[in-house]
Design a protein around this ligand. Sequence first.
Ligand code: 0RQ
Length: 503
Amino acid sequence: AAERILHAGLHSKIMTAEQAAEFICDGMTLAVSGFTGAGYPKALPTAIAERAKVEHAAGRPFSVGVITGASTAPECDGVLAAANAIRFRSPFQSDPTLRNNINAGNIAYQDMHLSHVEQQMRQGFYGQFDFAIIEASAITEDGKIIPAMGIGHANEAVKVAQKIIIEINLAQNIKLNGMHDVQADIGTPPFRKPINILHPFDRIGVPYIDCDLDKIVAIVFTDAGDRNSKFAEPDEMSKRIAAQIIDFFSHEVKAGRLPKNLLPLQSGVGNVANAVLAGLMDSPFDDLLGYTEVLQDGMLDLIIAGKMKCASATALSFSPDALQRFNDNIDFLRDKIVLRPMEFTNSPEVIRRLGVIGMNAMIEADLYGNVNSTHIMGTKMMNGIGGSGDFTRNAFFSFFVSPSVAKDGAISCIVPMVSHHDHTEHDVMFIVTEQGMADLRGKSPRQRARLIIDNCAHPDYRDQLHDYFDRAEKAGGLHTPHLLNEALSWHQRFVETGDMRVK
Ligand code: 0RQ
């Protein structure tokens, strides 16, 4: 373990996770590293959760605020939520125990555009950060922190926190050293400087996180792996969605509106997003580029196969098999993958400059192209908006993908009005389901509605949608027709009967 901490002066800070957890007290706010199941601490959260249980058993309150990069895993968000140790959580999560507690009203959750998080930490919107808890793969001789598989907000966390606890993960490949690009200070408005990324692979910083070593109060070890969830093999549904996007790319290249190697690709979380990238493997496109926040199996395989030249991300989120391929090929991948803080991977400035193609999954879209990515039936949080808004609004092409129905057809993912707005009709360019694709560019709301119903909605719901739209048009208000007392009735029907279909 000692070879992971080359700075001799820091050896005296090494202790067990249980000892380090004693520093954490009720009411504190913690900046915890982690992004989409990578780069989160594995040992310390369990020790903090155990501490919470002891305090609760003694009749004392114990809960903390937790601000991460994005989602973590059961051994971080899960154990803390199960121990009732979280009072506030931001900006993204996907753990079932945490989600249930948020939706039961036990945990206050703020859903945030990920590109906003670091500047809000800097500006003190979350209050004082008592501790940063950061996963790292090593610490160099001069005390530089080498992150692990994800950076997220870790660079900002160590800057703003009063004290720092570092969790060194012995399971992480030591050869990750050199793959990160942590930028220098970009300043604060009105003196903020441009982020000088002109190509997805431009390096503009240093390959480590710099921090005030006096703030480090504890270093703990773990050898637990990242979340490494398995992806489903792309099913027929995902393949049909992917094929339409790839056909569209071919069409645009032929028409001279897209370069032959497309534009830098961003792909969201989940199986469909992964399937689009898997589909590109057999496509005619070469020398692809990635500019994304989460790099999953599909993109890794494109790079290993030589189809993608390089990719920029803030976290590597792999299935167990893909992790093996990553480690087996790490020497080849070192100059093809760069990991940055999420403030940079998700920067509207860079996304707009590079002309990124954004592809994200949705929960539902409405007739006019408004998209809900976060709420089930308008009231219950699923995961969060994550980076989907950063990319969608600033992308060269913004795609939203989803199967046309959920829950065996009881829910239509095309509805009269979305039950929560994450991405407005102004940002959404393409909606794609297994039924077809709607290109919303250059179209008025009413033109969009017919296209979305006919191309994207499931046949079981088309008549019902046309009926709603026809009656809304007759009711007047002919720019964006709606029947206000009926617009959310499909959701209400599902809540009451378990089915959106009119029987
Ligand atoms: O529920 O698992 O209980 O069956 O929602 O649906 O189809 O498996 O889709 O896993 O791709 O997730 C939008 C949630 C889609 C995700 C969302 C139910 C459905 C199923 C999941 P079950 P699928 P996915 C970069 C980008 C926001 C963040 C983002 C997400 C479950 O993509 O969180 O884009 N996006 N980040 O049955 C009720 C509907 C439903 C529905 C599906 N209309 N109503 N339930 N479901 N449609 C990454 C980061 O930002 C970090």
